[in-house]
Ligand binder design. Structure first.
Ligand SMILES: [Zn+2]
Length: 645
């Protein structure tokens, strides 16, 4: 079973339960040759590897290994008590054209040696083969998948998506594999793309599969062992990787770094402080015997690989995965190809609405991020009034810097080189305040500004543009701000702002449902802290990201919007749990707003739209229905009158 703990872009930190033990993803499994182990799996565990992957086909073919594995189990064979995944011989099939084992036989064998995760014997199709051959292989893999699933017993079973370099075929294969009762999904047949640095095509292959897999299972990207790819692969939604690279590269005198590969003979300084690199010099390693050299390089390669996995995890936790992917992409032009291809895919529905780190503009590619796309979409929900007033970007908070406030007459906006238009009424909402950019502008920023301002201006009768924004070529120019310094605490200006935040956060109509006649209490920081309807507290405005957190009274007002807007509808069995203030688990969701985004505030209701509670969604609307396990909504408040036990 798989549940999500944290997420960023399409990347996630998950917990995979295997025989009662929880293993965290993203997970990197070093490939272990069952007959030769230069570095023992036990030692890898000390380096931080929670699991390894070995080849059941090699074990089965070797009488001694087979007998030992059947008698004592694969864990004893490897002298390793962590997670052991086994491969099925598909790799040998792709290398040598045939294997001497049947597809069902090898699944049974993996189960009988006690493998934690087994893999079906799929048909790996290389890139660029004819469509007919690729289709035939996918059909055969699907047939084997169907026959293998009933045999898995208590072993987790991994089903592999093939389809060569045909995105439409990958899509179809993903739907086929995704429809079966697998525990892990895998993307196979991509090693040649990775070794030839065809990262653009790799992204097409992975995205066309991932977008059509149900999303509730971890995705294993077979053969992805180079740390330079981990950030991008995770951002695409892959969770498990295996590395034969650490050993293969070492044998070949190659030294892995997260930015690429170096040749030992060319290294003058080790750019690393792992135990190997901090205790030897490149010259000393070069002078070692063949075995010693390979051993030193293998260890370094392992350390640097696990370090990058940890770096990716930290980036997901803090919401800076995109920045990491971009930094890695800039280390090789072909990786940049992969990154640019990735930007063409829409992952906005999976990207959390709020993050703990600020949005960093690092170049024109930042404008293609989910956060910008989302903002431009949500801009459509706000902005009415007589006159649009455009001001240049400035220090935040903007309203303080300029000493101005939006009123019914003047809808004031910042012409932002990152988000196009930032209406002052939503200036505090993530990431509009929480972003940084270099002072020098890129051409693409100016283009975004112009097109966005032009578009937004269409909603107004009149446009007034600050003289420093003359280049926008719209509106009547002005220089003096005095005319816009209204009282920001005046009731009608406060209501205007609250309505805009509600519409921006919950959708058009939410402002009217929630904020009719609403009043605010202010914090000492001179920001709105809590929102009232009459004497009733309906929401608080979070200081760190400017979003509204609803009280039960507020949430019930939001139910005026037609179902399923902002709702998670739970099955009858879950009603009592939610009333008790317990989290909503994915398996108990009957339906959910398809527009729901991770980390959004949502309302939980029963099937007759009766209010049960309000809280924070951890899953997107689509995932709410796909996932079987894990928290779907963390409840903050439940129905009034229900007491927490
Ligand atoms: Zn090192």
């Amino acid at each position: 079973m798989f549940e999500l703990k944290s997420r960023d872009a399409a990347g996630r930190i998950g917990a995979l339960t295997i025989r009662g033990r929880k293993i965290e993803t993203p997970l990197l499994l070093p490939v272990i040759n069952p007959s030769i182990q230069q570095i023992e799996p036990k030692e890898m565990q000390k380096m931080g590897f929670e699991g390894v992957i070995t080849n059941s086909y090699i074990i089965k073919r070797d009488e001694e290994l087979r007998e030992l594995a059947l008698e004592k189990g694969v864990h004893k064979l490897l002298d390793f008590d962590g997670l052991v995944m086994t491969d099925s011989g598909s790799y040998q099939l792709s290398e040598y054209g045939s294997v001497e084992v049947g597809p069902e036989e090898i699944v049974e064998f993996q189960k009988s040696i006690g493998s934690d995760i087994g893999v079906i014997l799929d048909i790996p199709t290389p890139p660029d083969v004819g469509l007919e051959k690729a289709e035939k292989d996918v059909a055969e893999t699907q047939k084997r998948a169907v026959n293998s699933v009933p045999l898995k017993g208590d072993m987790l079973l991994c089903g592999t998506v093939q389809g060569s370099t045909y995105p439409a075929l990958r899509e179809r294969a993903a739907k086929g594999i995704g429809g079966l009762d697998f525990d892990i999904h895998a993307i196979g047949g991509v090693v040649p793309l990775m070794s030839d640095y065809r990262f653009g095509e790799l992204v097409d292959v992975v995205m066309s599969a991932n977008r059509h897999l149900p999303g509730d299972k971890p995705v294993h990207l077979f053969g992805c062992g180079h740390p330079m790819l981990f950030a991008l692969a995770c951002a695409m939604g892959c969770d498990i990787f295996d590395s034969a690279a650490y050993a293969l590269y070492a044998k070949d005198g190659r030294y892995i770094t997260p930015r690429g590969t170096l040749r030992l003979k060319e290294i003058r300084e080790f750019p690393c402080s792992c135990p190997v690199c901090s205790s030897t010099t490149p010259q000393e390693v070069r002078e070692m015997g063949e075995r010693g050299r390979a051993d030193a390089l293998q260890r370094h390669n392992l350390y640097v690989s696990i370090e990058e996995i940890k770096r990716v995890k930290q980036a997901i936790h803090e919401g800076s995965l995109f920045e990491l992917v971009e930094a890695r992409a800039k280390s090789h032009p072909y990786l940049l190809d992969g990154f640019k291809r990735f930007l063409k895919y829409d992952i906005e529905h999976l990207d959390p609405v709020t993050k703990s780190s600020a949005f960093f503009y690092t170049g024109p590619d930042s404008l293609k991020r989910a956060e910008v796309k989302r903002h431009l979409g949500r801009l459509g929900r706000i902005g009415q009034g007589e006159t649009l007033v455009l001001l240049p970007d400035a220090n935040k908070p903007y309203s303080k810097t300029y000493g101005v406030t939006s009123t019914k007459e003047h809808h004031i906006c910042i012409a932002s080189p990152v988000f196009g238009i930032i209406p002052l009424v939503v200036e505090d909402v993530y990431p509009l305040t929480q972003h940084e950019r270099p002072s020098e502008l890129d051409r693409e920023q100016v283009e975004l500004l112009k097109s966005c301002a032009e578009d937004y201006a269409k909603k107004f009768k009149k446009v007034m543009t600050h003289k420093d924004l003359e280049f926008l070529g719209i509106g009547e120019l002005f220089g003096d701000l005095k005319g816009f310094s209204a009282d920001r605490r005046k009731a009608e200006n406060v209501e205007l702002k609250l309505r805009a935040i509600a519409d921006y956060q919950f959708g058009s109509g939410a402002g009217e449902a929630l904020m009719r006649g609403a009043t605010a209490k202010w914090a000492r920081t001179d920001r709105i802290r809590s929102v009232y309807s009459g004497s009733e507290l309906i929401a608080t405005l979070r200081a760190h990201d400017g979003f509204l957190t609803l009280t039960p009274e507020g949430a019930m007002k939001l139910l005026e919007l037609p179902s399923p807007a902002n709702r998670v509808i739970v099955i009858d069995d879950a009603v009592e749990f939610v009333r008790d203030g317990k989290s909503v688990f994915a398996g108990f969701v009957a339906d959910a707003d398809p527009e729901m985004r991770p980390y959004q505030e949502v309302v939980v209701v029963d099937k007759s739209d009766e209010f049960l509670g309000t809280g924070r969604a951890l899953l997107s609307g689509g995932e709410m229905k796909a996932f079987k396990k894990g928290v779907a909504v963390k409840i903050r408040h439940r129905a009034p009158g229900d007491t927490i036990k």
